[in-house]
Design a protein around this ligand. Structure first.
Ligand SMILES: NC(=O)c1ccc[n+]([C@@H]2O[C@H](COP(=O)([O-])OP(=O)(O)OC[C@H]3O[C@@H](n4cnc5c(N)ncnc54)[C@H](O)[C@@H]3O)[C@@H](O)[C@H]2O)c1
Length: 310
């Protein structure tokens, strides 16, 4: 095999939520690209309840059957002790850690008015706290390596969502978590760059159990090129995990099928600006005109070409 077909040779990756869906495709793609993989998955239901070591173990067996290297981990990544254990597993089993892919996720869709505190905390816990905890544990490991022997060449790849970037009815908990992950990615890139760590995020779309549970799409992948096949998300994540992407950091990518869009973040549109403080009356008189000149916020239909077509 050539170097380009094994762009992750000698790299060690942790992939969370890698027992099913998009994460499973990441794990298979990483192993095929030459990485040794820690396959994490709680193995629970789509709402985060229950658990089983089966899905992570099945993916490890699949990787090993293809001649790759992997080890399974069934930890719940929303728990503080799990992150340290994941990093420890990578180092114990494979001697190092180069890439952290934060992918695990659950849904508990309800409107803002109907969301219970438990549903809010469960969703924020897996997505936002989980991403924070693993990033902190991996970041501390890389900081210590960088202090010992100079900058590392490491990667954090987070998973945001069009729901967090553009908003989505019925997903106040999930959208808040995913918007938080996009912001956390930017802050992580600013803070860990000095140690040689990049941080980027993807906002994928794919036919998986999670998306099927919203009723917007079925889980079954069609024959031929199905743009919603989860395997199409992984090539970008392999590239982001490779040495090739070392100058790319703090970015969010929309990815689906054969499409990658660079998401440009919040920016200031038309402004109201006086030299000195604004009065209530000035705001009342002048802001409507400024607002009329502003573009509306982007919507999920603008998030990728297939959404616009459907
Ligand atoms: N499918 C889509 O269209 C889509 C769109 C936007 C974002 N995403 C994001 O992509 C990621 C993968 O989702 P998917 O669609 O493949 O769903 P999925 O349900 O098929 O896979 C998610 C995996 O995460 C695991 N998981 C859940 N909670 C966990 C925990 N606490 N610890 C460890 N593992 C846990 C699950 O067991 C499951 O195997 C999620 O972060 C999701 O929010 C998916």
């Amino acid at each position: 095999m050539s170097e380009t077909s094994r762009p992750l040779a000698d790299r060690v990756a942790i992939i969370t939520g890698a027992g099913r869906g998009i994460g499973r495709e990441h794990a298979l793609a990483y192993a095929r690209a030459g990485a040794a993989v820690v396959v994490n998955d709680l193995g629970g239901g789509g709402d985060g309840t229950g658990g089983s070591t089966g899905p992570a173990a099945d993916v490890v067996a699949e990787i090993e059957a293809e001649g790759g290297s992997a080890v399974s981990n069934g930890d719940d990544i929303s728990r503080p002790e799990s992150a340290a254990r994941l990093v420890h597993t990578a180092v114990e089993e494979f001697g190092r850690l180069d890439v952290l892919v934060n992918n695990a996720g659950i849904l508990r869709d309800k409107t803002l008015l109907n969301t219970s505190l438990e549903d809010w905390e469960a969703v924020l816990g897996v997505h936002l706290r989980g991403t924070f905890l693993t990033s902190q544990a991996a970041g501390r490991y890389w900081r210590d390596r960088a202090k010992e022997s100079g900058p590392v060449d490491a990667r954090i790849i987070n998973t945001s969502s069009g729901s967090g970037l553009f908003g989505n009815f019925g997903q106040s908990n999930y959208a808040s978590a995913k918007a938080g992950i996009a912001s956390l990615t930017i802050v992580t890139s600013l803070e860990l760059g000095r140690y040689g760590v990049t941080a980027n995020a993807i906002a994928p779309v794919a036919k998986t159990r999670l998306l099927a549970s919203t009723g917007r799409i079925e889980e079954t992948v069609s024959e031929g090129f199905d743009p919603y096949d989860p395997k199409h998300v992984s090539p970008l994540v392999v590239w982001l995990g490779s040495p090739e992407s070392r100058d790319v950091t703090g970015r969010v990518f929309s990815v689906v099928g054969g499409y990658v869009g660079v998401v440009e973040g919040w920016h200031i549109g038309p402004t109201l600006h006086h030299e000195g403080p604004l009065t209530f009356d000035e705001i009342s008189k002048e802001l409507p005109e400024v607002l009329a000149a502003a573009r509306p916020n982007a919507t999920p239909r603008e998030s990728h070409p297939y959404a616009r077509e459907s």
